[in-house]
Design a protein around this ligand. Sequence first.
Ligand code: KG4
Ligand code: ZN
Length: 337
Amino acid sequence: MLTLGIETSCDETGVALYDSGLGVLGEALHSQVDLHALYGGVVPELASRDHIRRLVPLAREALAQAGRTLADVDLIAYTQGPGLAGALLVGASVAAGLGIALGRPVVGIHHLEGHLLSPLLADPRPAFPFVALLVSGGHTQLMAVEGVGRYALLGETVDDAAGEAFDKTASLLGLAYPGGPALSKLARDGDPKRFAFPRPMIASPDLDFSFSGLKTAALHCVRKHPPDDRLRADVAASFQAAVVEVLASKCLRALEATGMDRLVVAGGVGANAALRESLARETARVGASVFFPPARLCTDNGAMIAFAAAMRFREAPAGSEDFTVRPRWDLAAIGSP
Ligand code: KG4
Ligand code: ZN
């Protein structure tokens, strides 16, 4: 079965073709980072317009890579939510149009389900069950993943997402949006112990996070000291050390609470080298294993949407004619296929 997956929930247009027997056959992606950098964050209206411009050419590119035509597609999947309403509507309406034209079923997929299942596209492939740490610009969540459609939220951020905190602190240090990768580069030359930034909620018995206070602590620090290169690198390193310590500590607690021994990391912040090192060390210490899918699967992409749809369709073959989007959509509400 060949599934075409479309992702347009935020600032990446992704299209991919997933074959249930052969795996991912074609992948095309366009990031709008340059488009939004000028404004210091994602501008929803510009995002929608760019998805409209990119989607069809990207679909052609993915099909060409796969050596297939639209007539070969058996199932069409799109991100139904959560995300920006206008952006979601672009993917949804293209998917619905293709479904009607080709006479193929169309399924709407929860964006986070895509992220949660995407590690199964990697090699090595983690077996169920596992704890997933989802750390992106919009989300910071710990989930217990028992199987397809069986997800339980263990904890999440009560304010900023981890990526958002990276981006805000980076902006404070004069780095362009999205500053996470640049901040982590700057941190390499800094002293992570120079500033004892708070470790928010590290001692609380739950699995929730809070990151907004950290950015404020960094702000006070930059205001108090002359902002030379040394200071910027030390603030970056100290900030990163605080985020990593909190994330790693809650991941270990989640493994302990669920009795699971596999941790999977998804989302853009999963690319952070300090986080990877810390999680590898800490999981090894408790006899657990950690999986880091390749970066192209961690960030938003069409393959995760095609794959999640193929998994769901296998269990419950049904499509829908309507193309509702759900900008706010609780993952716990989706249930088993
Ligand atoms: O998952 P993602 O590509 O997009 C969504 O937010 O959906 O995540 C992007 C986030 C941004 O906040 C970005 O700054 C952050 O991931 N990020 C990083 C690194 N690479 C990307 N944060 C810290 N260190 C990195 N190396
Ligand atoms: Zn995402």
